[in-house]
Ligand binder design. Structure first.
Ligand code: SAM
Length: 255
């Protein structure tokens, strides 16, 4: 079967890695679990070892009969684009554990959906492009640190579990991968104005080389920014990448 590049079909060839991904989700019998993109079933098999109630979403129609034959009656297989299914409806029976060796081209829209529906997922284990993994796990002050880091980490604790070299996929992709685990933060920080936090983070990183003042002036007057600086004690001559979460929260709550 020809592997479709446009569907991110780089299949994992190492069952040890698949077992590690499944193990990391801490699945118990009858847990509700989603797998995105089961492909030829290497991760599906590892997940099913824990006897969960598994729902798998696969877009490539050619794989549906293959998977049905491999796992008769052992999973609910949905032939659909995960970006187009009704997440409100499907997440009714939360909490759900979500696992995937992600088709890389859907990473951004999928992370946005996960962010929106985060309350439905108790644990998420994803294999992603290493560069995206580095952004999600980045510390303040580093190049990889950005809006996506702050947004996702406001909700989740994110751990890097495993680096997976490109050679363990068929066909071999251009980049290495990492496996990340997302768990809901036990004590999310108090934040009065979530919308403003998102806005500030987005605006702050519009141009990484510019100061916060310069990035924020498209939306706030010079007087407002002067006031903000005085009230917060945070210099707006700094660049966004130097601010930690607490500092962004201070600014957002003042605005
Ligand atoms: N889980 C398998 C593995 O680890 O070898 C396959 C992973 S492969 C990187 C990604 C899989 O996601 C492919 O089977 C592809 O057909 C499927 N896929 C791509 N886009 C999708 C989408 N929007 N919704 C659901 N499945 C998708």
């Amino acid at each position: 079967m020809k592997k479709l590049h446009e569907l991110g079909q780089n299949f994992l060839t190492d069952s040890f890695v698949a077992e590690k991904i499944a193990e990391a989700a801490g699945i118990l019998a009858d847990d509700k679990v989603w797998e995105i993109g089961p492909g030829t079933g290497i991760l599906t098999e590892a997940i099913l070892a824990y006897k969960p109630k598994l729902t798998a979403f696969e877009l490539d129609g050619r794989l549906i009969p293959v998977l049905s034959k491999m796992f008769p009656d052992r999973l609910q297989l949905i032939h659909a684009d995960i970006l187009k299914v009704d997440w409100d409806e499907l997440t009714q029976d939360a909490p759900i554990k979500l696992l995937s060796n992600l088709p890389y081209q859907i990473t951004s829209p999928l992370l946005a959906l996960i962010e929106k529906h985060h309350k439905s997922f108790s644990t998420i284990v994803l294999m992603l492009q290493k560069e995206v993994g580095q952004r999600l796990a980045a510390k303040a002050g580093t190049k990889a640190y950005g809006a996506i880091t702050l947004r996702m980490r406001l909700i989740f604790d994110i751990e890097t579990l495993l680096e997976v070299p490109a050679e363990l996929f068929d066909p071999v992709p251009k980049v290495d991968s990492v496996v990340l685990r997302f768990t809901q933060r036990a004590c999310p920080p108090p934040l009065k104005n979530l919308k403003m936090f998102y806005r500030l983070v987005q605006l702050g990183f519009t141009s990484r080389r510019k100061t916060l003042r310069n990035n924020l002036k498209s939306e706030f007057s010079a007087e407002q920014l002067q006031w903000l600086e005085a009230q917060s004690g945070i210099s707006l001559s700094r660049r966004a990448e130097s601010l930690n979460e607490a500092e962004f929260i201070t600014l957002a709550d003042l605005l």
